[in-house]
Design a protein around this ligand. Structure first.
Ligand SMILES: Cc1cc2nc3c(=O)[nH]c(=O)nc-3n(C[C@H](O)[C@H](O)[C@H](O)COP(=O)(O)OP(=O)(O)OC[C@H]3O[C@@H](n4cnc5c(N)ncnc54)[C@H](O)[C@@H]3O)c2cc1C
Length: 315
């Protein structure tokens, strides 16, 4: 149902199907979803509700088949990107792929690694998204953030955002801080060189990752680091357990790479979670290494899913 919020004219929907709002194409119904189009609308939602959760492009989030009871904000309509000399300010819901293209059009280098990541800027900052030995924190200057507890907008600089491998202050304090926009400093460079690097990155992705025709959430496990500092490939460990192509109902490990789990046809979050557990358990048994999930979850899950998730998620 399409309606408009009586307060502040914010677009919102009841009983909203999220299947087309996550890259796993998981069927999940949200009781109440808001689509704010600017910072003012965004902040005013917190005058209406105490506990609100946020979704960007849903490319790293396992949604519950049982649905989402807490009010949800989807940031997609806050998507301005504005360039000024070597800096760019980007709103939370902007596509990082569009950002990468526009940086190239402006002759600015740095964001070539973002091409092929189906993410929002806010999600990419929260997860410190990265690829090809680069990550979002390499170029960030500061972020405008809504502090949910204090109900105020603050500006956090790069150091205050506490970035590390696929982690940040935003992620560590789940739900406390929400990115509204961020500012980045890029390097002037030759457009043809930037474009060539982006094409190279796209070609690489085509070889090692499933396209979104096979709905997925990207790499599901972090690459483990051994006590001696050696970094292993989670996908390689899963492959060595013979799990490529392993299925539970309609969720299964991709045939070509062991760190991707595909929704082959309307799988449930229970199927998906059980596949993750099989991967974790097999690697633990064979190599005595405990994999840790890179993806996050949203919604109300069953007891059995919660029990498995506690094992898969250390932070
Ligand atoms: C095909 C494919 C390829 C991928 N490749 C890569 C890759 O190369 N490198 C990589 O790092 N990741 C990759 N990913 C994973 C994913 O794209 C990233 O983790 C991305 O940062 C998630 O962004 P999102 O907007 O989709 O976040 P969502 O899944 O919508 O949200 C992820 C988390 O961030 C929070 N969040 C979202 N928006 C905000 C906000 N504005 N403020 C605060 N918190 C927020 C959510 O609440 C949630 O906890 C890939 C995924 C897919 C499907």
């Amino acid at each position: 149902m399409n309606c408009t919020c009586s307060k502040n004219n914010i677009e919102f929907y009841h009983n909203f199907q999220l299947k087309n709002f996550n890259t796993l194409k998981m069927s999940s119904c949200a009781d109440l979803v808001y689509f704010p189009k600017d910072e003012r609308e965004f902040c005013s939602i917190f005058d209406l509700h105490d506990n609100v959760c946020v979704l960007g492009w849903g490319s790293n989030t396992l949604l519950s088949s049982l649905g989402i009871k807490t009010p949800l904000i989807i940031t997609k309509k806050m998507s301005d990107i504005s360039f000024r000399c070597n800096t760019v300010e980007v709103e939370a819901g902007a596509s990082v792929q569009k950002l990468s293209q526009e940086a190239c059009n402006n002759g600015l280098s740095g964001f070539e690694f973002l091409i092929g990541i189906p993410a929002s800027l806010g999600g990419a900052v929260a997860m410190n998204a990265g690829a090809h030995q680069q990550c979002i924190s390499d170029y960030i200057v500061c972020a405008r953030v809504f502090d949910v507890e204090k109900k105020q907008i603050i500006v956090l600089n790069k150091d205050e955002l506490e970035f590390s491998y696929r982690n940040s202050l935003i992620k560590k304090n789940d739900g406390r801080f929400i990115v509204l926009s961020a500012k980045f400093l890029l390097n002037k460079s030759d457009k043809a060189n930037i474009k060539a690097k982006m094409d190279e990155n796209t070609e690489f992705r085509k070889r090692v990752q499933p396209s979104l025709i096979l709905p997925n959430l990207g790499s599901v496990f972090k690459n483990p680091i051994l006590p001696n500092g050696e970094k292993l490939s989670a996908g390689m460990l899963v492959d060595k357990c013979g799990l490529k192509g392993f299925h539970i109902n309609n969720a299964g490990v991709w045939e070509k790479h062991g760190n991707f789990v595909i929704n082959y046809d309307n799988c449930t979050s229970v199927d998906y979670t059980n596949v993750l557990f099989k991967m974790y358990d097999s690697v633990k048994e064979k190599f005595n290494i405990e994999l840790e999930c890179e993806i996050v979850r949203l919604g109300q899950f069953s007891e059995s899913e919660d029990k498995i998730w506690k094992i898969l998620k250390k932070d």
